[in-house]
Design a protein around this ligand. Structure first.
Ligand SMILES: C[S@@+](CC[C@H](N)C(=O)[O-])C[C@H]1O[C@@H](n2cnc3c(N)ncnc32)[C@H](O)[C@@H]1O
Length: 268
């Protein structure tokens, strides 16, 4: 049991990313007339229902019929959220087994796996991947208290797909400051010899090289550093996850295999 820390707009950055990147998936699932509406689970929503409600509101803007179910292991938190249920938004007690009526198309789990061990985190990833719809996705990540620094992975049934770094431009010193928000499956791998460590070091170098652009604002510096980094790393440079339109929001996405832990069953 944890304190269940959460808060308004804490997950705004990942909500925005999910709506853009996976909105089309939700909409395509909503198409067959008479079929069940696309289902999204917010796992481990915390001491208040607010982030689940925000996810619901933001996803309804991109998919009119989407349903969101908040799932929490703590019964008191479920009882506290129940009064906020409405059409399309529900709350239930449960865990990684996901106690919902049909396989969700999308599972969002933020700041949940921090309290588990590295091996457990991999197991829970596998459990969630086995529970989603065949073309579904799990977005699992971690962020700072108010959400100014965040890192999340997107996993398909087949395995991890992408990793995304996101920051408020005034919320960090250098890109490697985001290391403290790495998913549990990676955070212990930020050591010399591991790809994620090399990646963050190169990103810091690109950031330093682009320092002269700071006069035009941190956004311009971020965009330039992302372009520079893309020469050596498979940073996504095209929509929906990459390119200047995403970089200008303080995001950077790359394929998971680029940072996968080395020399383990899970890595390259
Ligand atoms: C720090 S809060 C995160 C709240 C919210 N997702 C956020 O990021 O602001 C973590 C929550 O995960 C819940 N939790 C931990 N393990 C869980 C599990 N196996 N299944 C469901 N919820 C779990 C805890 O009870 C806690 O409320």
């Amino acid at each position: 049991m944890t304190r269940g820390t959460t808060g308004h707009n804490r997950l705004r950055r990942s909500d925005r990313w999910i709506a853009t990147v996976y909105g089309p998936l939700l909409r395509s699932a909503a198409l067959p007339a008479g079929g069940p509406p696309p289902l999204v689970v917010d796992l481990g929503y915390g001491a208040s229902h607010v982030t689940t409600h925000e996810l619901f509101t933001r996803l309804r803007r991109v998919c009119r019929t989407v349903e969101v179910a908040g799932v929490e292991i703590d019964p008191a938190r479920v009882a506290a959220a129940k009064p906020y249920e409405r059409e399309g938004l529900s709350f239930a007690r449960g865990g990684f087994e996901l106690p919902v009526a049909r396989p969700p198309l999308l599972v969002r789990a933020f700041n949940v796996l921090r309290q588990y061990g590295e091996d457990e985190a991999w197991e829970h990833w596998a459990t969630l991947r086995a529970r989603i719809a065949p073309d579904g996705v799990v977005v699992e990540g971690t962020c700072s208290e108010v959400g100014h620094r965040a890192v999340w992975a997107a996993l398909g049934a087949e395995g991890p797909r992408t990793i995304t770094f996101a920051a408020r431009f005034t919320g960090f010193e250098r890109p490697s400051s985001l290391a403290e928000r790495l998913p549990k499956t990676l955070i212990h791998r930020n050591v010399p010899g591991e790809p994620v460590h090399a990646f963050l070091a190169d990103w810091d170098r690109a950031w330093a090289t682009c320092a002269p652009l700071a006069g035009f604002g941190a956004r311009q510096r971020w965009i330039a550093a992302a372009g520079l980094l893309a020469r050596d790393w498979p940073v996504t440079t095209a929509p929906p996850t990459g390119g200047p339109a995403r970089w200008r929001l303080g995001e950077l996405t790359l394929p998971w295999p680029a940072v996968a832990p080395r020399g383990t069953a899970h890595g390259g």
